[in-house]
Write a protein that binds this ligand. Structure first.
Ligand code: M6R
Length: 365
């Protein structure tokens, strides 16, 4: 079943070009049409004025990423909340809000209960983004679009995350078109980006030996910091979660602009700092943040694009993803942090596919 791979996690990381292509097919074949999300989706999408996304763990990070797309592409207010928090607080219900749940398994108890709570408050419009057909969350939701990642066995989520991002991007463009913020020409450009995405992912996978070499250094550390800004901040969060889940190394993620507000105190020569730094409008800001780290002796491990002007120097290591992926860059930059954690876990000899204390599907509170 594993073929040439040593673990399901490694296999699932390498399945991403196909999983992403399969998931994107719905938009590549069917266009950015509301009907992809269900028969009455056009009516539902036309009636909403904001979005609330509820999820746990990695699925929560895909939700956080999508907030940037939803607000910049579809110009619709989007709010993201951890399901176990939402379900126990006083919520001001808004019937014109679409409640989206994101879940690989479709069976996560807190996410399910959060959806039921929203419904009990009169939130009738719901969309489930899920990887398991006919599981509890899609059954309970008005609309559904399945990710086509195939079965995910490793406890650490990989291909489910990146395919969720594909669906969420497709949702943002669909809503943007419907709301008059995305022209046909722009939609065509987004289609092209999606079409090229599997190829870009394959290019990053080819960097595995370089990333594995970095991982040897991480394996010896007790702590690591992940930084990103804007839409890449959730990718830093995802990188930190992957590292702690499978290597048991303490890892934290921060928006790089927050360094001075506390985490910089942690930085010294023993603290590796991973930076997700694609060539976007925030790159100069990120570089300034990196200098703050460098000045404290922190060792920097930077994932960036081919066309950004970074140079390796004392204490600054750089791996370039081979193409600039534009608006889909968070998806491309997820792959290196997955591989980094995987190889650090291998070096530490942990149980990669079944990390201690964790279950694949969390059906208890
Ligand atoms: O099945 P779900 O997407 O609802 O699961 C949510 C989390 O339990 C899950 O993403 C968890 O955080 C993963 N182990 C992360 O790798």
């Amino acid at each position: 079943e594993l073929g040439p791979y040593s673990h399901f996690m490694q296999k699932e990381i390498h399945e991403q070009p196909k999983a992403i292509a399969d998931t994107a097919e719905v938009f590549l074949d069917g266009g950015f049409n509301p009907e992809n999300f269900g028969k009455n989706a056009r009516e539902v999408f036309g009636s909403i004025d904001s979005i609330k996304i509820l999820a746990c763990g990695t699925s929560y990070y895909s939700a956080l990423t999508s907030k940037y797309w939803l607000e910049s592409i579809a110009k619709i207010p989007a709010d993201v909340e951890i399901a176990s928090e939402y379900r126990y607080r006083d919520v001001i219900a808004d019937p014109k809000q679409l409640v989206i749940t994101i879940s690989q398994s479709g069976e996560t108890l807190d996410t399910m209960e959060a959806l039921k709570y929203a419904q009990s408050l009169g939130q009738t419009h719901s969309l489930s983004i899920c990887n398991v057909m006919e599981s509890a969350l899609p059954r309970e939701s008005e609309l559904v679009l399945y990710t086509r990642a195939g079965a995910e066995i490793g406890v650490a989520s990989t291909k489910a995350f990146t395919t969720q991002l594909v669906v969420l991007f497709g949702l943002a463009v669909t809503l943007g078109k419907l709301r008059g913020h995305v022209s046909d020409e722009q939609a065509q450009a987004y289609t092209e980006e999606l079409r090229q995405l599997p190829g870009s992912i394959q290019h990053v996978l080819n960097l595995e030996p370089q990333i594995a070499a970095w991982a040897q250094k991480f394996a010896k550390k007790t702590s690591a910091l992940f930084l990103g800004r804007g839409i890449h901040y959730p990718i830093a969060l995802e990188g930190a979660l992957k590292l702690k889940e499978i290597t048991y190394i303490h890892a934290e993620a921060y928006p790089a602009g927050e360094l001075k507000h506390g985490p910089l105190a942690l930085v010294d020569e023993n603290m590796p700092v991973v930076v997700i730094a694609p060539n976007d409008v925030l790159l100069d800001k990120v570089k300034a943040n990196m200098q703050e780290v460098g000045a404290r002796g922190g060792e920097l491990f930077v994932f960036t694009d081919l066309d950004s002007n970074f140079n390796e120097s004392e204490g600054v290591h750089v791996i370039r993803t081979p193409r600039h992926a534009g608006v889909l860059s968070p998806i491309v930059h997820t792959i290196p942090v997955q591989l980094l954690s995987y190889h650090a876990a291998l070096a530490r000899g942990t149980d990669v596919d079944k990390p201690r204390n964790l279950a694949k599907s969390v059906t208890v509170e």
